[in-house]
Design a binder for this molecule. Structure first.
Ligand code: 9WN
Length: 450
């Protein structure tokens, strides 16, 4: 399939389905076969919405597999690694023998960096190797959508406890000072790795890791990926966390990188409210109350720090300074259920006609920001999941016309730019990984009128 997906809706649907099938690993979906060969957290929630259009059983399975990788403390990891290949199976053993440990990079070289050893060979409930950080908790909202469409009580019930434990972790260990929002301890947790908001907090991290494996650049142009300087700091944070044994509460209270991300918080506020609804539909009153309380707590924290322009911004907790950047995080804040009309109207303007608007969807960074790089990852391009979440948020708040406009732009974007990872805002050219699962899944869902 060429990068240009298809000219008709039917053709586009078929192309998207083709991508989902190529990313399917039976019980979970990889974000992209070449660039991201494992299971990622929010990617799977979006993939589930794509599967819902063609195979609802497979959609539920996606979320169940995701929560299977949960850690004992409730964290659902940002990556659950695919079963190691035969040679890779030796890696945890070799790691213990110093003279052999140097052969490790050669064994795990070909797939993705960081490999599981960087995190200290951690395992989830289901035995899979996993990372030690999390990602935006979209899964409960996806579960609610699956339930509304399929009514499958058995499948929904299996997710209630793990999702609730994850939310409890985010507002427990990850909120040691009672701010009402989870503290993110690595830029990867935001899902917007090299966003400009993280430049200042990352600048304080002295890069202790000098040589970083970059298999990501085998398939994607270096100009479209985070820089080496970013990667040295990302990996330094990982190495340091592993050296300390990942004390989640301590890292959130006094670690070297600590931020509040309005996008992550808003997604959690919505997820908790959706899980409360699901629990109450299934008669789980105690869980429903706990989740409703969590959702309200995050919502109140967000409302309390709305800016004078009606928008929310990221906070660097080490300096207690708010970022000066206007990024898609401010737009994604509208995903929170209880925001004032004024706040939602500010977002609606911003994404349809303001600094984040483009003909192909919502920009990751304001058009006139001097740091804007239209080709570089989260520093300018349009991402389909962001446009989709903004459309969803606006429609939930009753801004139907604006939501519809974003949906039209999303479909045009994928039809013309291909099933790629992200897109140049002005031209719509598709960039980054090919055969990108959430682009396919969310285009399918939008075409289905969901
Ligand atoms: C690090 C898988 C993930 C997405 C993130 C996106 C990118 C990883 C990377 O890919 O991050 O987690 O290697 O760049 O930023 O949002 O979940 O698609």
């Amino acid at each position: 399939m060429s990068d240009r997906a298809a000219s008709s809706d039917g053709g586009l649907r078929a192309a998207c389905l083709g991508t989902l099938v190529r990313c399917d690993r039976g019980t979970y979906t990889v974000p992209s076969p070449l660039t991201y060969p494992h299971q990622w957290n929010w990617d799977s929630a979006f993939a589930a919405l794509g599967w819902l259009c063609v195979d609802p059983r497979r959609a539920w399975q996606e979320l169940e597999t995701l929560t299977g990788a949960q850690a004992r403390d409730g964290l659902v990891p940002h990556i659950a690694y695919a079963s190691p290949r035969p040679l890779e199976r030796l890696a945890p053993l070799l790691h213990r023998i110093p003279s052999l440990a140097r052969f490790l990079p050669a064994l795990v070289r070909s797939r993705y960096s960081p490999s599981p050893g960087w995190w200290g060979w951690l395992r989830g409930r289901d035995g899979r190797l996993r990372s030690a950080i999390t990602q935006p908790p979209v899964a409960a909202t996806a579960a609610r959508m699956l339930f509304e469409s399929t009514g499958d009580e058995l499948a929904a019930r299996r997710l209630l406890a793990p999702l609730s434990r994850w939310h409890a972790f985010l507002l427990g260990a990850r909120d040691p000072c009672g701010l009402g929002e989870p503290v993110l301890i690595h830029p990867w947790e935001s899902g917007r790795d090299n966003a400009v908001e993280w430049d200042a907090p990352l600048a304080r991290i002295r890069p202790a890791v000098r040589v970083v494996p970059r298999p990501d650049r085998r398939y994607v142009d270096a100009a479209e990926r985070p820089s080496d300087d970013h990667y040295r700091r990302f990996m330094t944070l990982v190495r340091e966390g592993t050296r300390r044994g990942w004390p989640q509460r301590e890292l959130a209270a006094s670690g070297p990188f600590r931020v509040l991300d309005p996008a992550f918080s808003a997604i959690l506020a919505r997820a908790a409210a959706d899980l409360a609804w699901l629990c109450s539909e299934l008669g789980e009153t105690r869980l429903a109350e706990a989740e409703a309380e969590r959702g309200e707590r995050v919502g109140a924290a967000l409302r309390a720090r709305l800016g004078s322009d009606g928008l929310l911004r990221a906070v660097d907790l080490v300096t207690e300074e708010e970022t000066d950047a206007l990024s898609c995080a401010s737009a994604l804040a509208a995903v929170a259920p209880d925001l004032s009309d004024r706040a939602v109207a500010a977002v609606a303007r911003l994404v349809t006609a303001g600094a984040l608007a483009s003909p192909v969807g919502v920009r990751s960074l304001a058009r006139d920001d001097p740091r804007n790089e239209p080709r570089r990852y989260w520093r300018g391009p349009v991402w389909v999941n962001v446009t989709w979440l903004c459309a969803f948020a606006l429609s939930e708040h009753g801004f139907r016309r604006e939501a519809e406009l974003l949906r039209l732009r999303l479909v045009e974007c994928v039809r013309d730019g291909g099933i790629r990872e992200y897109f140049v805002p002005a031209s719509g050219r598709g960039l980054g990984a090919r055969d990108f699962a959430w682009t396919a899944a969310l285009a399918l869902s939008t075409l289905a009128g969901r």
